[in-house]
Design a protein around this ligand. Structure first.
Ligand code: HQG
Length: 183
């Protein structure tokens, strides 16, 4: 599969596995899962036919690991980023001492005031390294990187989760745990 087909299929799947499953006639289970067979059939019905092999290639994509099969390989879900209500049943985990968040200048005033909020997602998304955070921020403009004192926030009682693809999730990050990195 060429790269542009992979990107467009991945975007299509993100849209329906995270945000609008009902638009494809799909219903996600509580854990966010849908039967692979139902998904492939729904994609075909909506003019985005793909093969099981192509789906496996997208799941295996080492870059982002946006999607995962269950242990049986018959169910699939998005690993994070949902706006529909799902419970991914992730186990709380101890984060690295410092995590990073990539954003843009336009959001800074509000972030300094309110801290990081989850906005339309279920959690605030944090990256394990500056490079990843930079890429996340760059989706919206010139990236600004914030370092998060995850150790202190965790000690203060915040619950952290690690999604299957290395993204760290937390409910919110108050301003006092944030530090802006300068170039
Ligand atoms: C900002 C992609 C104003 C926040 C990436 C961000 C990531 C605030 C935006 C994943 C704010 C939300 C998530 C506040 C936060 N006031 N703005 N108090 N608090 N913000 O897309 O972290 O491609 O929901 O800085 O790789 O950018 O989906 O979050 O700019 O892992 O697989 O509000 O999305 O992965 O934007 O990105 P998002 P994000 P996927």
């Amino acid at each position: 599969m060429n790269k542009s087909r992979k990107v467009s299929l991945s975007k299509f799947l993100s849209k329906y596995l995270r945000h609008e499953p009902e638009m494809l006639g799909l219903h996600l289970s509580e854990g966010g899962w849908v039967a692979v067979a139902d998904l492939l059939e729904a994609c075909q019905r909506h003019g985005q036919a793909l093969t099981h092999l192509e789906l496996s290639e997208i799941v295996a994509d080492s870059d982002k690991k946006r999607f995962a099969f269950d242990a049986t390989g018959t169910l699939i879900r998005a690993q994070q980023g949902h706006s529909v209500s799902v419970d991914l049943q992730l186990a709380p985990a101890t984060p690295p001492a410092v995590l990073y968040h990539g954003t843009v200048g336009a959001a800074l005033a509000a972030i300094r005031r309110e801290g990081l909020q989850k906005m339309n997602r279920h959690h605030v998304h944090l990256s394990p390294d500056v490079e990843t955070a930079r890429r996340v921020g760059a989706r919206r403009g010139k990236p600004v990187i914030l370092a998060v004192d995850a150790a202190a926030l965790h000690s203060a009682g915040a619950v952290f989760y690690e999604s299957g693809n290395g993204v760290w999730l937390v409910d919110q990050v108050p301003p006092s745990y944030l530090r802006e990195l300068t170039d």
